[in-house]
Each structure stands twice: as C-alpha cells, then as structure tokens.
Design a protein around this ligand. Structure first.
Ligand SMILES: Cc1cc2nc3c(=O)[nH]c(=O)nc-3n(C[C@H](O)[C@H](O)[C@H](O)COP(=O)(O)OP(=O)(O)OC[C@H]3O[C@@H](n4cnc5c(N)ncnc54)[C@H](O)[C@@H]3O)c2cc1C
Length: 438
C-alpha cells in the first residue's frame, strides 16, 4: 500500500463515515500514524439520500472527498481500498489492494440493507443505502412514468405508477413524503397527457405505528402529515415477498407495483475474521466494551453502526444513527491518545440529542429530551441540523441554495435519467386489463 514505515504507532481506520471522520479529526497532530481506508473516495451524507432519489438534490452535494477532509493533516494517509479480512493474530488486514499491518485497528464500516434472508426481495426491490442506489431509484421512478405513458393497458399503467415503500422509519417516511410532493406538484406539469392522480404511494409498516423509535405524538403527527399528502399508510402489515411485480404480505393484501423500496432494516457490514458468532450482537454488530474495544481483541475497536455497546441506558446498544457514530469516533480519539500515553481509557457515555424526521414542506417532527414539536418550526430545525452536519462549506451552500430554490419554485430540478436503470418491464405486459382505454 506504500505507507511509509514509522516509529509512531499505526492506527488503521476502516471507513470514512460519520464515525471514521470524527476519529481521524480527533487524531490530528497526535503523534501517531493514521491510515484511513474506504472503498469509496468520498463520505456519504446518508440522511439526505432520499432527496437524491427524488430529484431534490444532486448527488455531489451530499458527498464529500475524503482526501479533502484530511488535507493538511500530518502523518495521515488515505487509501481507496475495500477491506476483506482481518487477521487479529498477525495484526494484519487484507484488502483488495494488498495487506497492511496495524498497531490499533478501528472498524467504522457502517451498515448495509438487511433483507432478513429474503433473496426474492433482495433481488427485486430497491435499496437506498448509497449514492449509486439512490441514483438507480431516481432513474427508475422517472422511467416508470415514461413507460406509463406508452401503454394503454390501464392496469399496467397503474402498476407502473404504484410505489410501495416498506419500512416506516425515518427513511421510509421521508421518501414517501417526498414522492407525494412530486405527485402533487411536479407530475401533473411534467406529464400533462398522463392521469398522474392515479399514482399511488404506499408506506408499509410491520408494527402498529410509524417512526416507532420516536414518541407516539411524533408518530401520530407524521402519519397525519403523510395522509394529508395522499400517502396510504398500512400498519401491522408484514411484506413477505416481491417478484418484481406483485408485493405479497402476510395478510391477503397485495400490491401490483413496478417499484418496491426496501427501507425495513439495516445490519452491520460483516468482515471476515471478525464475524465469529460470539463476537456479534443482533444485526451483525460487533460487541464492544465501554471503550469501544471489540470483545477479546484489545487492539481492535469498532464504532458507529458497526458496534454494539450494551449499557444501562442502551440495553440493546445505541441507535444506528449518526450521533453515536460521531460521538464514539471523537471519544475513541481521546482514548487512543490516552492509551498510547499508557493512561487509563475513559468509558463512553452517549449524549442523546433527540431525533427528528421530515415529511415534506413545512412538515417535520422533532423529539428533544424535554421538548417535542411538529410542523413548520420543526421543519426549520430539521433543515438547520442537516445543514450543520453536512461536511464542507460547498455542500452546505449548494444544499441550502437548492432548498431555497425548491421551496420558492415548488420544484425538484434534478429529475434526470443520467444513468438509466435497467428494469425488465415485460412482466407488466401480461397485466389483465379489465378497463381498457381507447
Ligand atoms: C437513507 C438513510 C437515511 C438516514 N437518515 C438518518 C438521519 O436522518 N439521522 C441520522 O442520525 N442517521 C440517519 N441514518 C443513519 C446514519 O447515516 C448512520 O447511522 C451513520 O452513517 C453511521 O455512521 P458510521 O460511521 O458507522 O458508518 P457510515 O457513515 O455508513 O460509513 C461507513 C463507511 O465505511 C465504508 N466501508 C464499508 N465497508 C467497507 C469495507 N469493507 N472496506 C472499506 N470501507 C468500507 C463505506 O464506504 C462508508 O464510507 C440514515 C441512513 C440511511 C441509509
């Protein structure tokens, strides 16, 4: 990998996500050699992926070059590499560009979509965990409408304009809200020769309320917001399969839909060598102690979505969201400095800053420790917080300008099929048309 030999201890960080970046920043100028590895050369601001999928933002505005994050840092090296295996006994990692030894290793590889072993759903549904996936979804949404224009089979047309989103967490809620706004404000103008009122947005949740991690008040309000926007919210409904055309559920409810988005769960990225059953908590997360040290591996740490730290205030581990990753990254930075100075490490204490989700224009829900609020003020708070946590002045400015523009113009101009998504539409051709049109 061409990393110079050094008398300093080498800390290898795998993953330039929220946790990895916070850690690399905390180690700036701390008399150690830091190597950051990521399979992408950019950081992804995942909370705004749904806006890329729905044409509200260009992908560049939520991605940030990792080399730029590290500019001016002494003794920090970035390599574009995918880590494939860890060999703890030899303090070595295997990557697609070669092997690398470490003194201390930090795993911050985040999470991936969890299809809970359902191969059919994995094959046919759309995920939204990365920028390429969001661009696929953006293309597919637009391609479906282009296809819908071409058929006079009404049942096929309905299926092409039917969107099913599985998972009523913040991702599902935000995506459903954005699609409903597109249906209302953009589709009638873009497709005057198509009856876009027929487009359906279905949000399916297996539990009895959406935004289940938030307060009941927030769930209720978000559901009202969605229903006012025309989203059909189906609760206590478990999706069991999707063959690319028909969404099956545990009940007798079925949907014919050309698009099913799976936002029903994530699991930590699994790395060979650190995937022994006894090391993993539910969701593939690595069990760590209060210093983020992986069980039985003193020189290996895990942070963020990759880690599961059981504690009194988090008996199931911390939520898989950005704040625990950022706070653990920063905290581990201080602990690694202490460790190298042979001082005792300090336990991690999570400061819960609350949670929030937006449903659309002027509509958001916010739960803070002592306050809960919904509506336009919550929406401003949501926007401010997201702008604040975006990395880089340019990204903040671009997102801000886009939001102002979209707000004033009721528009989303990034609705472009730049990289077409190859979808087999032939299976919709046999839709039995009971109500054909001239
Ligand atoms: C659609 C969506 C919306 C979300 N909305 C919110 C929200 O509103 N608020 C919130 O707080 N959280 C939200 N989250 C969750 C939040 O993004 C994650 O909890 C957070 O990114 C976790 O940070 P992390 O550092 O653990 O991992 P990540 O930020 O996921 O970073 C992991 C990094 O590791 C790299 N990587 C993975 N595997 C390898 C490998 N084998 N080798 C090399 N590199 C690798 C990846 O490329 C990535 O850069 C959302 C997530 C998604 C998907």
């Amino acid at each position: 990998m061409n990393i110079p030999k050094s008398s300093l201890s080498r800390i290898v960080i795998v993953g330039g996500g929220f946790g990895g970046i916070a850690l690399a920043k905390a180690l700036k100028g701390k008399e150690m050699q830091v190597v950051l590895l990521d399979k992408n050369n950019y950081h992804t601001f995942q909370p705004l992926l749904y806006q890329v999928s729905t044409g509200g933002l260009e992908p560049d505005s939520i991605a940030y070059p990792l080399r730029k994050v590290l500019q001016g840092y002494p003794d920090v090296y970035f390599r574009l590499a995918e880590v494939r295996e860890v060999i703890p006994g030899s303090k070595l990692i295997r990557t697609d560009i070669g092997d690398l030894g470490y003194d201390y290793l930090v795993i911050g590889t985040g999470s991936e979509t969890n299809f809970f072993g359902n191969n059919e759903i994995e094959k046919n549904s759309m995920g939204m965990k990365s920028i390429p996936q969001s661009l696929n979804l953006r293309s597919l949404i637009l391609e479906n409408f282009e296809q819908a224009l071409l058929t006079d089979n009404l049942r096929e047309r309905d299926a092409l304009m039917n969107f099913v989103i599985v998972g009523g967490g913040p991702t599902g809620v935000e995506l459903a809200g954005a699609l409903a706004e597109i249906k209302k404000g953009i589709l009638p103008k873009d497709y005057p020769d198509l009856d876009t009122r027929k487009a359906q947005i279905n949000l399916i949740q297996s539990g009895n309320r959406i935004l289940a991690e938030m307060s009941e008040q927030a769930s209720k309000k978000a559901e009202d917001f969605l229903e006012n926007l025309g989203v059909e919210v189906w609760k206590d409904c478990r999706v069991t399969g999707y063959d690319g055309k028909t969404v099956r559920t545990k009940t007798d409810l079925v949907f014919e839909a050309a698009t099913m988005v799976w936002a029903a769960g994530v699991k930590a990225v699994s790395i060979q060598g650190l995937n022994a059953k006894e090391l993993l908590a539910p969701g593939n997360r690595m069990k760590v102690n209060e210093f983020n040290q992986v069980l039985d591996h003193e020189a290996i740490f895990a942070i963020g979505d990759a880690a599961c730290m059981f504690s009194e205030d988090a008996p199931q581990g911390h939520p898989m969201v950005a704040q625990p990753a950022i706070q653990q990254g920063r905290h581990l930075g201080e602990n690694l400095v202490r460790l190298l100075k042979k001082k005792p490490m300090k336990p991690f204490v999570y400061k819960d800053k609350g949670s929030m989700a937006t449903v659309g224009r002027n509509k958001a829900v916010v739960d803070l420790k002592h306050y809960r609020f919904q509506g336009i003020f919550a929406w401003f708070v949501w926007m401010f917080v997201h702008l604040f946590f975006l990395i880089g002045f340019r990204d903040r400015m671009v997102v801000f300008v886009n939001w102002v523009y979209n707000y004033i113009r009721f528009d989303r101009e990034a609705r472009l099929i730049i990289r077409p998504y190859k979808r087999d539409y032939s299976q919709f051709k046999d839709c039995k048309d009971s109500k054909s049109e001239s």
